[in-house]
Design a binder for this molecule. Structure first.
Ligand SMILES: Nc1ncnc2c1ncn2[C@@H]1O[C@H](COP(=O)(O)OP(=O)(O)O)[C@@H](O)[C@H]1O
Ligand SMILES: [Mg+2]
Length: 241
């Protein structure tokens, strides 16, 4: 359908109001653990290797849900490979002058992550294991080959901040994921959990709040811009992990 031309013969006085897109994004679906496990089980049973992505702001529960799904499906059906294993090391971040904003999009090895997901997606039964790095929060450093992805495990759950980012090598990683779920708990709850997690790993209450509302919040804003590209936006309602 042709849209009216506001500069046409009738002149600007007859400009039609532009149809504005909905300003409120669709609400998150409220889903139980059982429903999410069922959806993940279907992906595991789809045949061949399937990669499921979980994305969301810091503290949204990505790592917790990824491990809950893997635990529910068991090691024969699912394994977790976190994007956090691709944090640049503290030494490299110091060199780059980015140590004070660890967790930002340019503090990860996006190309390394994309390439690992390509290897994981291409892995076939009988192939050698693919080893993935893990992030050790206790030492705030990634550790190489921290998890083995066996070739006959059908579902790989990957999770992290920038799975839907449109820059760098992130789209190459996204292309290997069958589905991406965006976790969106109520904002206040997310922040409370995030501050508590920072405190649990050694930050003072003030440092924990400053980090959550500073560096983390800047990242959360970037992540929020990727929400519309998710296959499912969800609030996970019944896990008190
Ligand atoms: N559904 C939940 N119920 C209770 N606590 C949760 C839940 N999801 C996450 N948490 C807690 O909130 C904190 C942040 O979750 P985490 O999985 O580390 O978030 P993310 O990986 O998205 O940064 C963790 O301490 C975790 O134990
Ligand atoms: Mg996490």
């Amino acid at each position: 359908m042709a849209s009216p031309d506001p500069t046409g013969p009738a002149g600007p006085a007859t400009i039609c109001p532009v149809t504005t897109p909905p300003t409120t994004p669709p609400a998150a679906a409220r889903l139980t653990t059982a429903e999410l496990v069922e959806r993940a089980a279907r992906l595991a049973a789809a045949g061949g290797r399937t990669v499921l992505g979980l994305v969301g702001a810091p503290g949204a529960g990505k790592s917790t849900l990824a491990h809950a799904l893997a635990d529910a499906l068991g090691p024969e059906r699912a394994v977790v490979v976190g994007m956090d294993g691709f944090h640049l090391s503290n030494a490299v971040l110091e060199d780059l002058g980015r140590r004070d904003r660890k967790g930002a999009i340019d503090t990860f090895d996006d190309a390394g992550y994309a390439t690992l997901l390509e290897r994981i997606a291409a892995q076939r039964p009988g192939d050698a294991p693919v080893y993935a790095p893990v992030f050790r929060r206790e030492i705030e450093e990634p550790v190489a080959a921290g998890v083995a992805v066996a070739a006959d495990v059908p579902l790989v759950v990957t999770e992290g901040n920038y799975l839907l980012a449109r820059t760098g090598a992130w789209p190459r990683a996204r292309a290997r994921m069958r589905e991406v779920w965006y976790l969106e708990p109520p904002e206040e709850l997310r922040l409370d959990r995030l501050v508590a997690r920072h405190a649990a790993y050694g930050r003072s209450p003030q440092e924990a709040r400053d980090w959550a509302l500073g560096t983390d919040q800047a990242n959360a804003q970037l992540i929020a811009t990727t929400r519309a590209d998710a296959d499912l936006v969800l609030e996970w309602v019944d896990a008190e992990a």
